[in-house]
Design a binder for this molecule. Structure first.
Ligand code: ZN
Length: 250
């Protein structure tokens, strides 16, 4: 997911409306997608590792923006990746937003179950199909609830440098984009409706071999910001800076 794409989305929402004075509306909703019981977690190709506990919940977070006739949804999932075929399954369950206006990304946590259904080398795969189905259903639920929760809003946008070592790549510790872009939607009283964070990290700090299921970086950022104004409505969108094949291998 590229930063320029987000800007295009915002530009589309803010500008591509027939009535120049149409009111902007924003809604947000969250669904927990932590498997119960817990499932092994995947850091990419290879056998997923069993876990004994969870540190935080995995979530599907949806942000919906509407202005005039244009409605756009952004969905962030705490999984390592989410193939387009699953994205289309989510889109089919959201009748009130055109499919092409529903953007779905993942936080690329290395500490969640496999949603790619990676090949296991024996003719099968390492995904749990019932779990994958539940993630699709809950993601769609979150988008539909976010539509129901649309209310008047203003948008604030900023980009800055993220300091501190949140990102980590074992083969290139210094290789990441320090810029963090934030889109924050507030209601007319100034109360935060949702915050969209676009940050190019590779959340490998925890890893997938320590017996822990976790949203990792997503949880870290949410917890930090909880003290001020973000609360539960923060969406972390990942912008992995490597070619796709390398990000999967990492
Ligand atoms: Zn990775």
């Amino acid at each position: 997911m590229r930063r320029s794409f987000f800007l295009c989305v915002c530009a589309g929402v803010l500008c591509a409306v027939p009535e120049a004075r149409a009111e902007l509306q924003v809604g947000a909703a969250v669904r927990v997608i932590t498997p119960d019981p817990l499932l092994p977690v995947s850091g990419g190709m290879g056998k997923p590792n069993p876990v004994r506990e969870k540190r935080g919940d995995l979530t599907a977070r949806a942000l919906v923006l509407r202005k005039g006739e244009v409605t756009v949804a952004v969905v962030a999932l705490d999984v390592i990746g989410f193939p387009s075929v699953l994205g289309d399954r989510v889109r089919k369950q959201v009748g009130r937003i055109p499919a092409e206006n529903i953007l779905i990304g993942s936080t690329h946590t290395h500490s969640a179950p496999d949603c790619y259904a990676f090949p296991d080398g024996k003719g099968g795969h390492t995904g749990d199909l019932a779990y994958i189905d539940s993630v699709c259903n809950k993601a769609a639920e979150a988008v539909n609830e976010a539509v129901d929760r649309l209310r008047p809003a203003r948008i604030k946008v900023a980009t800055g440098e993220a300091r501190g070592k949140i990102a980590y790549n074992y083969y290139a510790p210094d290789l990441y984009d320090r810029r963090m872009s934030v889109i924050r939607a507030v209601d007319p009283q100034g109360k935060t409706i949702a915050t969209l964070v676009n940050y190019a990290i590779h959340p490998e700090v925890l890893g997938n071999s320590v017996g822990i299921l976790s949203p990792t970086a997503s949880a870290y950022q949410t917890r930090c910001r909880d003290r001020t104004w973000v609360r539960k409505s923060v969406l972390i969108m990942q912008e992995v800076i490597f070619p796709r094949r390398l990000s999967l291998a990492g």
